[in-house]
Design a protein. Structure first.
Length: 192
C-alpha cells in the first residue's frame, strides 16, 4: 500500500465531476487500499478519489474505534466501506445540522445541514451492486464523499459565515464547538 498526497482546496480537480468506474481491475483494489491507508494516516473518516487526484467515482469511509480502550466506541465504528459509482437514491425529508471538516480543507470546520439519512446504491470492488441505508455520522460521511465525486465541497452548503470557523489543532477544534469561541472564516462561505 502507498500513502497518497491529498489535494487541498485550491486544486481545480476538487471542483471537477469524477467519471464512472467501468473496469474493476486489480488496480482499482490497489487504489482503494491506498486510499484507506491515506485516510487512516491522516486521521480522516472518509476520502474520495478526486481528493487524491484520481477522477473516478470511488470513496472509502471508516469511523475508527477509539484509541482509548476505556472509551465508548461510536455505534457505527469498526467497519470500513469502499463504494464505487455511488449515488443517493433516497433521502430523508428531515434535515439535521452537524459539524464537518475535510482532509482537503484542513484548517476549517463548519456546520452543514444534510438529510437525516440516505439510501445509497453503489458497486463493490468486484462490480457487484448493493444498497445501503445510512444515517447519523456514517450518513453524513457518505453524503460528504458523494459531494466530492460531484465537485462539491462542504463549504458550498454553508451560507452563514458564523457556521464556519478556523482550527489549528484538535484542542482548538474542540473549543470551537463552544458558542462564542469560534474564529469566523467568512471568506470561505459560499452562497448557494
Amino acid at each position: 500500500m502507498t500513502k497518497r498526497t491529498i489535494l487541498t482546496i485550491n486544486d481545480p480537480r476538487l471542483r471537477q465531476k469524477a467519471k464512472r468506474v467501468k473496469q474493476f481491475t486489480p488496480s482499482l483494489k490497489k487504489l482503494a487500499q491506498d486510499m484507506l491507508e491515506t485516510m487512516r494516516g491522516s486521521e480522516g473518516v472518509g476520502l474520495a478519489g478526486p481528493q487524491v487526484g484520481v477522477m473516478q467515482r470511488i470513496f472509502v469511509a471508516e469511523i475508527p474505534l477509539p484509541k482509548d480502550p476505556d472509551a465508548e466506541p461510536h455505534p457505527q465504528s469498526g467497519r470500513f466501506y469502499v463504494l464505487v459509482n455511488p449515488e443517493i437514491v433516497k433521502s430523508a425529508a428531515v434535515r439535521v445540522e452537524g459539524k464537518e471538516g475535510c482532509l482537503s480543507i484542513p484548517d476549517l470546520k463548519g456546520l452543514v445541514e444534510r438529510p437525516e439519512w440516505v439510501e445509497v446504491r453503489a458497486q463493490d470492488l468486484e462490480g457487484r451492486r448493493f444498497k445501503l441505508k445510512v444515517d447519523d455520522l456514517l450518513g453524513r460521511i457518505f453524503q460528504h464523499e458523494i459531494d466530492h465525486l460531484n465537485g462539491i465541497l462542504y463549504l458550498d452548503h454553508i451560507t452563514d459565515p458564523a457556521k464556519l470557523w478556523r482550527v489549528t489543532d484538535e484542542a482548538e477544534a474542540i473549543e470551537a464547538t463552544e458558542p462564542g469561541t469560534r474564529q469566523p472564516a467568512a471568506e470561505y462561505a459560499s452562497p448557494v
